[in-house]
Design a protein. Structure first.
Length: 268
């Protein structure tokens, strides 16, 4: 049995299939960990969503910002963007089944010293605390009032976590940290405009994983989201978005021995 952690797929179904074939993935005994952003921008988001759903317990995926955008778009809480490639899902006969399945996926997965989340964790959060906070969002996403959450989810305020946050502001900060964050201050204030390389950090900000004393450093964080960062494999960080969508590579890392498997991708 092997566990393969895979970077952002974003609708690149062909690349995903070539990667799994190269890794000799066997759904009967192996597992996939997908870091989120299964869909959007790539040409075959519908095929990716159906495939991962059909894998059942052989696949663990966490929600990314594009996945949440799809769910919000379907419920009228977000607008279609010019570069979105989500129409096939929205027009599919199994649309409701796929969207309900996607909405029920976790925001964070913790297992055997690993913590998988799409973007990152704020420096003051332990993994245990972050897992509890993720659970608050997950419960709201599958509640009868999930549409109310989606209607209040978008936005970048408040920019930092406080223990006394409540309501939509509390859930919004959790989602923004786990699905959108790249740079933050040592105090945990997030900045969302900068999407470039590490050396482009705004004054006073640093990559979230480089904050001194980050309380989640006792786990190996498995993430995606940041294609400009590129593949980054360190003792306690596996950042796996290697830019498949932009003509880079789709990457899988076998967790048992950190063997790296990659396939080249055509730019979308």
């Amino acid at each position: 049995m092997a566990t393969y952690a895979i970077g952002d797929v974003q609708g690149c179904f062909g690349a995903l299939q070539r990667l799994l074939a190269k890794a000799r993935f066997d759904a009967a005994q192996d597992r996939l960990w997908l870091v989120g952003d299964l869909v959007n921008r790539g040409p075959q988001s519908l095929e990716v969503l159906r495939f991962v759903k059909e894998l059942g317990p052989a696949a663990v995926t966490v929600l990314g910002n594009h996945d949440l955008h799809l769910v919000m778009l379907a419920e009228g809480s977000s607008r279609m963007r010019p570069d979105d490639t989500l129409s096939a899902i929205l027009d599919a006969p199994d649309r409701e089944e796929l969207l309900a399945w996607l909405r029920a996926q976790p925001l964070m997965h913790v297992e055997d010293g690993y913590a998988m989340v799409h973007a990152g964790l704020l420096p003051q959060w332990t993994v245990a605390q972050a897992r509890e906070l993720a659970g608050e969002v997950e419960a709201a996403l599958v509640s009868e009032n999930f549409r109310e959450l989606l209607a209040n989810l978008w936005g970048s305020e408040p920019p930092a976590w406080r223990e006394d946050l409540s309501g939509w502001a509390r859930l919004r900060v959790i989602v923004n940290a786990m699905t959108r964050m790249r740079f933050c201050t040592p105090a945990g204030e997030m900045e969302f405009k900068t999407k470039g390389e590490v050396n482009e950090a705004p004054p006073g900000f640093t990559p979230w994983f480089a904050v001194a004393g980050r309380r989640s450093a006792d786990h190996v964080l498995v993430t995606g989201h940041w294609s400009a960062l590129g593949l980054k494999i360190e003792a306690n960080l596996l950042a796996l978005d290697s830019g498949c969508l932009w003509g880079g590579r789709l990457s899988a890392l076998r967790l048992e021995d950190r063997r790296l498997i990659q396939v080249d991708c055509r730019p979308v």
